[in-house]
Design a protein around this ligand. Sequence first.
Ligand code: ADP
Ligand code: ADP
Length: 228
Amino acid sequence: MIEFKHVFKEYDNNVIAANDFNITIKQGEFVYVVGPSGAGKSTFIKMMYREEMPTSGQIKINEFELEKIKNKEVPFLRRELGVVFQDFKLLPRLTVFENVAYAQQVIEKSPEEVKERVERVLELVGLTDKTTMFPNELSGGEQQRIAIARAIANKPRVLIADEPTGNLDPNTANDIMEIIERINKEGTTVVMATHNSSIVNERKHRVLEIDDGRIIRDQKRGGYKDES
Ligand code: ADP
Ligand code: ADP
């Protein structure tokens, strides 16, 4: 479960990117986070995996109370969160296999276990035939599939995605959505910030709309724009 209670975030330049966020997301939910550029979507997402700390308020991710955890505990928090970005963030000098294996080597696992899990997640995203290639040899959609495989390699309970289809054409974006929805059906919570109105309108899920640092809508099966 993810819980935000009276969360405020003010950056050094006095911009208030989160103004009293109160949100509960249950295990297994699929939540879109929408709103204009600069609304506070990325800030919301970054606070979940502790890339940013709130100025005040409480954030709970599963058993972690983020205001209480020490820096050395952050890696344990992050093991429960898979994160996917718009620009993939793959390591360019590592092969597909190595990119996916890398995240797991941080955790104590035998090479056989790592190999088995890498093969399994690459199968889930349909990329078993590209394991020895480098990221720059792959299309954008393929790179995003690798990034998703990497994100789920440690079996996180939550998958966080910040504009995962932002750099992809509509067909490729749809393929990526199918993978993300499949992961959600397996019980993984998905929190996805997006500008892609057709995806939000066609694949209905809970919608959180943020504007100017405030949550202005929280709808169970909403569209990209509020039509109620
Ligand atoms: P979104 O993801 O919806 O585009 P962000 O969360 O990135 O919005 O930004 C929300 C607001 O916070 C914007 O006004 C942005 O300029 C500001 N902001 C984001 N990151 C920083 C930062 N590191 N320092 C100062 N201001 C920031
Ligand atoms: P096992 O190795 O026990 O068979 P899985 O490989 O099915 O387990 O992985 C289950 C976990 O992996 C899920 O809880 C989830 O975090 C993550 N996962 C993500 N996406 C998928 C998916 N499409 N299918 C299966 N597991 C996924």
